[in-house]
Design a protein around this ligand. Structure first.
Ligand code: FES
Length: 158
């Protein structure tokens, strides 16, 4: 796990540690940040919350909701929680679907981008929020979508 991811997981741990249902809520938020539940991060999260590895595994396999494999190289999470919805998340999602040519819940044909709609990423002050592989984009507008996607395409030489 790199330093950037560790900081993200630490923030999730600080938020949920000691609270009721902490493991499920923290895993939920982890998936929101990364688009799936990366094993190393889940393990670190569980250890920090005092949850044994077997319990984490049980939780991830019991709930169909959790994805344990990245559904695309770059997972784009669009928040449609209340704050983001009110501030225009729907328009951002529509523009994203148009730009990538696929609807939410699917992966582009080249396997690069997967779009998922999530509920509250825990940074409502930045609404509407989009996260790509852990990188957060706040105060999103539809006209920012193309240039952000092009930055990620450029990493692939596209
Ligand atoms: S509602 Fe979108 S981050 Fe909270």
């Amino acid at each position: 796990m790199n330093e950037e991811n560790k900081e993200k997981v630490d923030a999730i741990i600080r938020k949920w540690n000691g609270k009721r249902g902490a493991l499920i809520m923290a895993l939920h938020e982890l998936q929101g940040q990364f688009g799936y539940v990366p094993w190393d991060e889940a393990l670190y999260l569980g250890q920090s919350l005092g949850v044994p590895m077997a319990k984490i595994y049980e939780c991830l396999t019991f709930y169909n909701y959790f994805k344990v494999k990245a559904p695309g190289k770059y997972v784009i999470s669009i928040c449609d929680g209340t704050a983001c919805h009110i501030k225009g998340a729907t328009g951002v999602l529509e523009e994203l679907e148009k730009e990538l040519g696929v609807p939410a819940g699917t992966t582009t044909d080249d396997g690069l981008f997967y779009i998922q709609v999530v509920r509250c990423l825990g940074c409502c002050g930045l609404a509407p929020v989009m996260v790509i592989n852990g990188t957060t984009y706040g105060k999103m507008t539809p006209d920012k979508v193309k240039s952000i996607i092009n930055e990620w395409r450029a990493k692939e030489g596209k």
